[in-house]
Design a protein around this ligand. Structure first.
Ligand SMILES: *Cc1c(COP(=O)(O)O)cnc(C)c1O
Length: 212
């Protein structure tokens, strides 16, 4: 029951900073067996970073418990978008027009509406996914007005090994300028800083499950 203990401790710490913060428990690379105590406890929001792994692990559970919400936090390849659309309720990593167009088409033929976060490359890092800050406004407008997607908020992964504060602040500014309220930012190592700078969703893995 170490996982549940870690979860409760982490939840307490997060609630002390801001009681309204939503905790997304990142379960990538962890077995159902290790996750089960959290499901039994009643936690509902979980994240994976691969479509196939998410489907294998969660498809049956979601049928059994329709209140469970699954969040995609990894890169969505265009050829996996259809499968991603089936299993996920939130996509935190919408990062290009082609993908947005595919999701828009899938929604046209479905009653399902996904909540999308647009991933922003706040550090302008060539190896990272995400829309650059100077193009976010245009991309948001395109997704909302032309594609009718439910753009729920913005997401970022700040550069490694530096103080993330300025990056969280810049994501908050872009969100405000575009009337978006939800911010997916903050992981095990920087959630406190993220929440203090406006995060509404934090994505926590290793602090609960340990390092893999
Ligand atoms: C793995 C991952 C997390 C969780 O990171 P931890 O440091 O284990 O809390 C959060 N966000 C993304 C995008 C990830 O890939």
């Amino acid at each position: 029951m170490l996982v549940l203990k870690n979860y409760l401790k982490t939840r307490d710490l997060i609630n002390k900073i801001n009681i309204n913060t939503k905790i997304v428990v990142v379960t990538k690379n962890f077995s159902l067996e290790s996750i089960k105590p959290l499901i039994d406890f009643g936690h509902l929001d979980f994240a994976e970073n691969k479509v196939q792994e998410a489907t294998n692990k969660w498809a049956n559970l979601i049928i059994l418990n329709p209140l469970l919400k699954l969040h995609m936090i990894g890169k969505v390849q265009s050829n996996k978008a259809k499968d991603a659309f089936k299993i996920f309720h939130y996509i935190h990593t919408l990062d290009n027009e082609k993908l947005a167009q595919i999701f828009s088409k899938l929604e046209e033929n479905s009653t399902k509406k996904i909540r999308y976060f647009i991933q922003v490359n706040v550090g302008n890092e060539p190896q990272k996914s995400g829309i650059s800050i100077d193009k976010v406004h245009q991309f948001i407008k395109y997704c909302i007005n032309d594609l009718k997607l439910n753009i729920y908020g913005l997401m970022c992964i700040p550069p490694d090994k530096v103080d993330p504060t300025q990056y969280f602040i810049s994501l908050l500014k872009v969100a405000k300028a575009n009337n978006l309220i939800e911010l997916s930012m903050g992981m095990s190592n920087d959630y406190e800083c993220a929440i203090n700078n406006g995060a509404t969703f934090v994505r926590i893995g290793s602090k609960i499950f340990g390092d893999n």
